[in-house]
Design a protein around this ligand. Structure first.
Ligand SMILES: [Zn+2]
Ligand SMILES: [Zn+2]
Length: 103
């Protein structure tokens, strides 16, 4: 039985410089302190972005993630299976092709 559940669902994105970043890009941008932020350590409260504003986090499954992409690498920040991207993909394919392809 696994008892090591994290105390929160986990950080999906970091908020800084008025943008959202995936954790790995945030690490590159803001340095290893991001790890403290992800783990919700007190030391993370001192972290600021390049504009001097405190860095924030967006937790997994947050509504704020819908249809959001990392500001650096453009990876999907919301869940890959989430309907927000499917709606977007359906819209894209509608724009591209009008052929009827039924699987
Ligand atoms: Zn979504
Ligand atoms: Zn990224």
């Amino acid at each position: 039985m696994e008892q090591n559940q994290p105390k929160w669902p986990g950080v999906a994105a970091i908020v800084g410089d008025a943008d959202l970043y995936c954790v790995s890009c945030a690490l590159k941008r803001y340095g290893p302190g991001i790890q403290d932020l992800v783990e919700d350590r007190d030391s993370a409260r001192a972290l600021v972005d390049n504009e001097g504003n405190p860095l924030g986090v967006v937790l997994r499954f947050s509504e704020d993630l819908h249809a959001q992409y990392c500001g650096d690498c453009h990876t999907r920040l919301c869940d890959d299976d989430c309907c927000c991207y499917q709606a977007e993909a359906a819209w894209d394919s509608q724009q591209d092709e009008e052929g009827e392809e039924e699987g």
